[in-house]
Design a protein around this ligand. Structure first.
Ligand SMILES: C[S@@+](CC[C@H](N)C(=O)[O-])C[C@H]1O[C@@H](n2cnc3c(N)ncnc32)[C@H](O)[C@@H]1O
Length: 254
């Protein structure tokens, strides 16, 4: 659980998203304000989250999660934490590969929409309620830019993944150049907020493209993961750079 206390909006009763969204409109919040915004936003969009994802990516997000699960390269029966598991798309894929997954997420709304039947708990990625070296691997889909303290989350990955264990992280990305970049910018910055507004929550899907500003560049992510005890950090652009996959191995003798 987060070290924050119930009542400040980071755990316990959610703060209405429209209140928080208006406060965040002018700028990208940081610290506790960001945690409250992110949590209330995902509570608000949880019921239609999967539908909007499929529409936004033409179903490619399913393929990207499968590639990410494959890239873990862990043996069947391995215990895998899916951090920021949301509605459970990643968990189902991990289970279908013979792994033993469980999920953690900050948002009760997302956890309530999770129908996988797998073990779930509410937790903040920067303070995981897990023992040292207790999991074989971690997956994390489209959440890095949502964490308030990314370095603290990576440190937690380094603490709870056993030596020789693996992590596989997915995030949004932008193609390098050309027509794909232009098309992606128009789609992500202008069309997605309209679709999201029609099907789900306009403020949330206006915030989504803006939130990519939180994401460190590839080299920054690599350095942070190495500082948290990972080696063999690899970066793979997916579908021409529409998404990115980062894999790494926990240092130390297995
Ligand atoms: C874009 S969704 C991704 C959900 C899922 N991983 C997927 O691939 O569809 C981001 C998720 O990160 C969760 N999240 C944000 N900040 C978090 C934190 N500090 N600790 C745990 N989960 C967090 C949100 O509640 C949300 O469910």
């Amino acid at each position: 659980m987060s070290p924050e206390r119930e009542g400040d909006g980071t755990v316990g009763q959610p703060v209405p998203f429209d209140v928080v969204a208006r406060a965040a409109e002018a700028d990208l919040p940081t610290g506790k304000d960001k945690t409250v915004l992110v949590r209330s936003m995902f509570d608000a969009i949880a019921p239609r989250y999967n539908l909007v994802n499929r529409m936004m990516t033409f179903g490619l997000d399913v393929r990207w999660r499968k590639q990410s699960a494959e890239a873990l390269g862990l043996a069947k029966g391995s215990v895998v934490l899916d951090l920021a598991c949301g509605t459970g798309d990643f968990l189902s894929i991990l289970r279908s590969k013979g792994l033993r997954p469980f999920g953690m997420d900050l948002s009760w709304g997302m956890l309530a929409a999770n129908r996988t039947g797998l073990p779930l708990s509410q937790a903040d990625g920067s303070a995981l309620p897990l023992s040292d070296s207790s999991v074989d691997g971690i997956t994390c889909g489209y959440a890095l830019r949502n964490f308030t303290e990314l370095a603290a989350v990576f440190d937690e990955f380094g603490r709870v993944v056993r030596p020789g264990g693996r992590i596989s992280l997915l995030e949004v990305a932008e193609p390098d150049h050309g027509l794909l970049l232009t098309g992606h910018r128009i789609w992500f910055r202008h069309v997605v907020p309209i679709i999201g507004g029609l099907v789900s929550d306009r403020a949330a899907y206006r915030y989504l493209p803006k939130s990519t500003a939180y994401l460190p560049p590839t080299d920054g992510l690599r350095s942070m993961l190495m500082a948290s005890g990972f080696s063999s950090v690899n970066h793979h652009p997916l579908s021409g750079g529409l998404s990115q996959l980062i894999t790494a191995t926990r240092q130390g003798r297995p």
